[in-house]
Design a protein around this ligand. Structure first.
Ligand code: NAG
Ligand code: NAG
Ligand code: NAG
Ligand code: NAG
Ligand code: NAG
Ligand code: NAG
Ligand code: NAG
Length: 384
């Protein structure tokens, strides 16, 4: 791919260092003693021109150590009932984390209920944000929606200043993206619907030229189109008319629809036309990582490799961002490896494993350091 993602000094340096450093130095300082100043000026001009050319045409150097922020959300009622004493503030289902990790990225949890500066500082150090699905209200303060709004606005600002910053929303996260784009007003820009099935995608006519699908293999497209392997579990839908009523059809490009249990055609995949923002209404992460038997998730090889495509795509977008933590120490402090996922599947949750954050009750946080001191094994604790 010969694409320029952004004009970065980093690219120029790589280009010059790799190709010609030593040659240039010899050439620049060498030459006849007469008129050396003119000669040097001419040479410097040629070098500048070369650097511009080189920067403009070289392969963009991708970030192959991407770190993705995954937004937490308000602790669910069900999970709270399993850990009432801890009274955790928020959680992340581990399937989202594994889904991102499988695509070659590391994960940093993003907490809810923080001030703008927290999100700004963190987003300068990570390469994209993933907004998971789940169940929470958009109208409450200091939760998923407020955090999502900070993230959305900060990412827009970064992108406008030439700093490529991708966001991907799944299910509730996808709905949040569209509601943020619509403006979080009185009435949420989504409709009640009912969709609890594995579905295929009905692609729009020009989906093949979209950012999300232009590099997908024929095989992946064929399976998405012909097999019911996208997992739907939502009671709200975004319809074409939701985009129209809020003048969003120029900014957001719909690439496929599916039908709910009632036959209503809802938007299944979408992307922003200018920003690297993407959304899917279904749950690609469940195929490989969620196993609650009563949910009947498809686990076939076709379902597996096709659903995996969405995070591979997103992480490849995040590789175009060059943010990083100033030190390994700070990076380590933020990475999700500091937390230990809990086997919530055996407690009846539809999530196999979850990460929990910020207990407001007794201090039994599943923190690696704490557990190391108290228990032989990180996974066997006496907390439940
Ligand atoms: C959990 O913490 C919140 C905030 O401190 C508090 O309002 C709530 O009563 C607590 N719930 C329980 C069950 O302890
Ligand atoms: C948020 O919306 C829900 C569902 O419509 C409603 O029950 C709840 O009272 C609302 N909460 C606030 C804080 O407005
Ligand atoms: C966002 O960034 C991309 C790549 O840098 C650029 O093509 C696009 O025009 C930017 N969008 C806006 C609205 O500035
Ligand atoms: C199904 O569609 C009918 C007619 O449009 C509507 O009245 C009903 O509420 C819908 N049911 C669900 C579960 O969406
Ligand atoms: C697929 O979507 C198109 C519009 O993009 C619509 O005309 C067509 O009826 C849909 N097909 C099915 C099987 O739902
Ligand atoms: C959409 O655009 C039209 C025409 O510019 C305007 O009258 C209308 O208020 C806009 N609607 C929204 C929800 O922004
Ligand atoms: C989803 O797909 C699996 C595997 O094909 C199937 O066993 C299951 O019944 C489907 N679930 C639903 C809710 O249709």
């Amino acid at each position: 791919m010969h694409v320029r993602y952004k004009s970065s000094l980093y690219n120029i340096k790589i280009c010059v260092y790799n190709d010609v450093t030593s040659v240039i130095f010899i050439w620049l300082v060498g030459g006849s003693p007469e008129g050396w100043l003119e000669m040097l000026t001419i040479k410097a001009l040629i070098l500048t021109a070369y650097v511009y050319y080189c920067e403009g045409t070289s392969r963009a150097v991708l970030n192959d150590r991407p770190i993705i922020g995954v937004l937490s959300q308000e602790q669910s009622k069900h999970l709270h009932s399993k850990f009432p004493d801890e009274n955790y503030t928020s959680y992340i289902a581990a399937s989202y984390v594994k889904h991102v990790e499988a695509a070659g990225a590391r994960v940093v949890p993003i907490l809810i209920g923080k001030n703008r500066k927290y999100y700004e500082d963190l987003m300068k150090k990570i390469n994209g944000v993933f907004l998971p699905g789940g169940a929470t209200f958009f109208n409450q303060s200091n939760g998923f929606a407020d955090a999502g709004q900070h993230i959305y606005e900060i990412a827009q600002g970064m992108n406008r200043s030439g700093d490529y910053f991708p966001i991907f929303g799944t299910c509730l996260g996808f709905e949040l993206l569209i509601i943020l784009a619509s403006g979080r007003g009185e009435k949420e820009n989504r409709v009640k619907c009912y969709s609890f099935r594995n579905l295929s995608l009905n692609f729009t006519n020009d989906f093949r030229s979209s950012k999300m699908f232009k590099d997908a293999t024929e095989d992946i497209i064929r399976i998405l189109e012909t097999e019911d392997i996208t997992v739907n579990a939502h009671q709200f839908c975004i319809l074409d008319q939701n985009l129209k009523s809020h003048n969003l059809t120029k900014d957001w490009r719909v690439t496929s629809h599916s039908k709910d249990d009632n036959g209503t055609s809802f938007i299944a995949t979408i992307e922003h036309t200018r920003y690297p923002f993407y959304g899917v209404q279904f749950h690609p992460e469940k195929i490989a990582y969620e196993w609650k038997a009563s949910k009947n998730y498809p686990h076939t090889m076709n379902a597996l490799h096709t659903n995996r495509y969405f995070m591979d795509f997103f992480v490849s977008e995040c590789r175009k961002n060059y943010h990083r933590f100033p030190s390994t120490k700070e990076e380590n402090d933020y990475l999700i490896y500091k937390y230990v996922p809990v086997f919530t599947g055996e407690l009846g949750s539809s999530y196999q494993q979850c990460y929990f954050f910020e207990p407001r009750g007794v201090d039994t946080k599943y923190n690696l350091d704490l557990l190391k001191d108290k228990h032989d094994s990180y996974y066997r604790t006496d907390l439940y």
